[in-house]
Each structure stands twice: as structure tokens, then as C-alpha cells.
Design a protein around this ligand. Structure first.
Ligand SMILES: NC(=O)c1ccc[n+]([C@@H]2O[C@H](COP(=O)([O-])OP(=O)(O)OC[C@H]3O[C@@H](n4cnc5c(N)ncnc54)[C@H](O)[C@@H]3O)[C@@H](O)[C@H]2O)c1
Length: 209
């Protein structure tokens, strides 16, 4: 029997990188996985790779009405929800002097608004079945340390860290059977990091030309 046998686990940004790996690992441990992503092709491929009846739902985590639809589709398909992994993300490098308002807002929408909706609708939905549930928020070491080129990203990851603490205490106070935790990965080779390195290498090369 797997460690999450028959738990319904929703992974945002599950079409690539860490989310894809999470989805595959959860399915291997017996979970019924819902992969959501803005990238339909990658999301469908990840659901196929995960197996065990995993499904893909197209979903922009920054849009509240899309969260409401994804929760409804999950309940229609699997009857309940037990775990939400708030993983979807992106990264545009930039110091506090370099970052534009638009770049700052994009980070806020995807990371902060996305995590806010995921935590809010996750708690509302998981508490309804009364069983043990979990919300896992993917932050970053940029939530804990200062980095020269991660101002907007780090600000949002710091906010996710704080949202996690408040939501966890809320669930404990109201005796909900829901754990809310945060993970702080360092650098892991995924398409996000590969693009970052490729862009940096291209910029260095053009500086020499
Ligand atoms: N890779 C690392 O080194 C690292 C380190 C610390 C934290 N993280 C965090 O881990 C998470 C996953 O990163 P990754 O490295 O796997 O990146 P990735 O680019 O490989 O995957 C991110 C996924 O999120 C999806 N996504 C982007 N915007 C979305 C939106 N608005 N709605 C739904 N899906 C959306 C993308 O389509 C993609 O499939 C992110 O939150 C990232 O900030 C990654």
C-alpha cells in the first residue's frame, strides 16, 4: 500500500519540473492525481506519465474563477480533495533597481495570488470531507536569504512563507484536520533553471561580441 493510497492530490504547475516530479511520485504512492497547468501539452503528457488514473485540467492559478472551476471538476471526477500542492511558478531575474512594475506584478499574480487561492480554496474543500488533509506550498531559499537578482521573486516567496504560517495556525485553531506546510528548495535543475542559465550564457556571449 502506498503512502498516499487513494488520496486525491492536486498539483499546480504539474506539467514541468518539480510539479511533474511531484505528480509522478504521488501517483506511484497510490494517489489519484489532478495535474493543473497553463501548458496543456505538457500537462497532458505529465498526467500520462503519472498514470494511476491521473487527470489534467487547464488552469491559470492567478485567476479565481479558474480555481473554482478546477475544484468543481476535481470533485466531479474524484468526489473529494485531500491534498493541494501550490507549485506553479516562474522567475524573471532582476535586482530591486532593475525590476519593472510589470515584472513585479507578474510574480505577484502567479506566486502570491496563486498561493492565496490555492490555500483558501484548498482549506474550504478539504475541510468539507473531515479527513486528514494537507496543503504544501513551494517557496524557495529566496524567502529566507537575500539574493542580488531575485527581488520580486524573493518578495513573493517570502509572502508564501508567511501565508503558510497564518493558514496553518488558522487550521489548528479551528481544529481542522489539515496541515499547511512550506518547502524551501534551493537550485534544482528543471526547465525553469535551464532557461535561466541559457539566458545568462546568451547575455554573456553577446557582451563579448
Ligand atoms: N527549480 C528550482 O531550482 C526551484 C528552486 C526554488 C523554488 N522553485 C519553485 O518550484 C516551483 C516549480 O518550479 P520548476 O523549477 O519546476 O519550474 P518549471 O518552469 O519547470 O515548472 C513550472 C510550471 O508552472 C507552470 N505555470 C506557470 N505559470 C502558471 C500559471 N499562472 N498557472 C498554472 N501553471 C503555471 C508552467 O507552465 C510550468 O509547467 C516554482 O514555484 C518555483 O518557484 C524552484
Amino acid at each position: 500500500m502506498g503512502r498516499v493510497e487513494d488520496k486525491v492530490c492536486l498539483v499546480t504547475g504539474g506539467g514541468s519540473g518539480l510539479g511533474r516530479a511531484d505528480a509522478i511520485a504521488l501517483a506511484k504512492e497510490g494517489a489519484k492525481v489532478v495535474i493543473t497547468d497553463i501548458n496543456k501539452e505538457n500537462g497532458e503528457e505529465a498526467a500520462h506519465a503519472a498514470g494511476n488514473g491521473a487527470i489534467f485540467l487547464e488552469h491559470d492559478v492567478a485567476e479565481e474563477d479558474q480555481w473554482q472551476l478546477v475544484i468543481k471538476q476535481t470533485l466531479d471526477h474524484f468526489d473529494e480533495l485531500n491534498v493541494v500542492v501550490n507549485n506553479a511558478g516562474m522567475f524573471i531575474p532582476g535586482s530591486v533597481e532593475e525590476v519593472t512594475w510589470d515584472q513585479y506584478r507578474i510574480h505577484q499574480r502567479i506566486h502570491m495570488d496563486g498561493a492565496f487561492f490555492g490555500i483558501k480554496y484548498g482549506i474550504e474543500t478539504i475541510k468539507a470531507n473531515g479527513k486528514l488533509g494537507a496543503i504544501v506550498n513551494i517557496a524557495s531559499t529566496t524567502a529566507l536569504l537575500g539574493y542580488h537578482t531575485s527581488f520580486a521573486y524573493g518578495a513573493c516567496k517570502g509572502a508564501i512563507r508567511t501565508m503558510t504560517s497564518h493558514a496553518a495556525i488558522h487550521c489548528q485553531q479551528l481544529r481542522y484536520n489539515i496541515r499547511v506546510n512550506c518547502i524551501f528548495p534551493s537550485v534544482i535543475q528543471t526547465p525553469l533553471i535551464e532557461k535561466l542559465y541559457a539566458d545568462a550564457a546568451a547575455a554573456a556571449e553577446s557582451a563579448w561580441c
